[in-house]
Design a protein around this ligand. Structure first.
Ligand SMILES: [Fe+2]
Ligand SMILES: [Fe+2]
Length: 173
């Protein structure tokens, strides 16, 4: 643990920061797995575009887990050591894909990103002016999660519009 590094954390308990980061850490692993498995089971129209997006997001969530774990260690904490604990500490839970249709998968993923945005914006609010290093990390991750939501929503809208255009074309015939 970096003693001088931790002495600059002010107005917030380090244990509280560690515990909140561990919750985010659980979320990142569950989000990673959700994308990992969704990318494999997804079916339907324009699924190749969805696969590319889901694969990229899986890589991003794993990178976020790494960033959060490193900060927990810097603060003198221990990242959750047992995957069973992910389900105990998670904010956003795990949305098991039940409907493999690309639109349903994208909707699940959008909900997950919206939860991640709430989690990281709360963490940013809490650490702003109190723990600059954590604030920088959670702000960077928050930017990625906002981009994730936007990318998924754009793809979702493209696919639903395309499906609608096919349906209305069929009606005209
Ligand atoms: Fe993430
Ligand atoms: Fe994300």
């Amino acid at each position: 643990m970096a003693r001088r590094g931790n002495s600059i954390v002010k107005g917030i308990e380090i244990d509280e920061v560690i515990s909140l980061l561990n919750r985010a850490y659980a979320d990142e692993w569950l989000a990673y797995y959700q994308y990992y498995i969704e990318e494999k089971v997804v079916k339907g129209i324009m699924k190749d575009a969805a696969i590319a997006e889901l694969r990229q997001h899986a890589a991003d969530e794993l990178r976020h887990a790494d960033m959060v774990a490193r900060r927990i260690l810097q603060l003198g904490g221990t990242p959750l050591l047992n995957p069973k604990e992910w389900f105990v500490h998670t904010n956003c839970g795990y949305d098991e894909p039940k409907d493999f249709d690309v639109v349903a998968i994208l909707e699940d993923a959008i909900r997950g990103e919206q939860c991640a945005i709430s989690t990281y914006s709360e963490l940013a609010e809490l650490t702003r002016g109190r723990d600059i290093v954590t604030y920088d990390i959670v702000s960077e991750i928050l930017g990625d999660e906002v981009e994730h939501e936007e990318d998924l929503q754009a793809l979702h809208d493209d696919i639903t519009e395309f499906v609608e255009s096919i349906k209305s074309g069929m009606k005209r015939q």
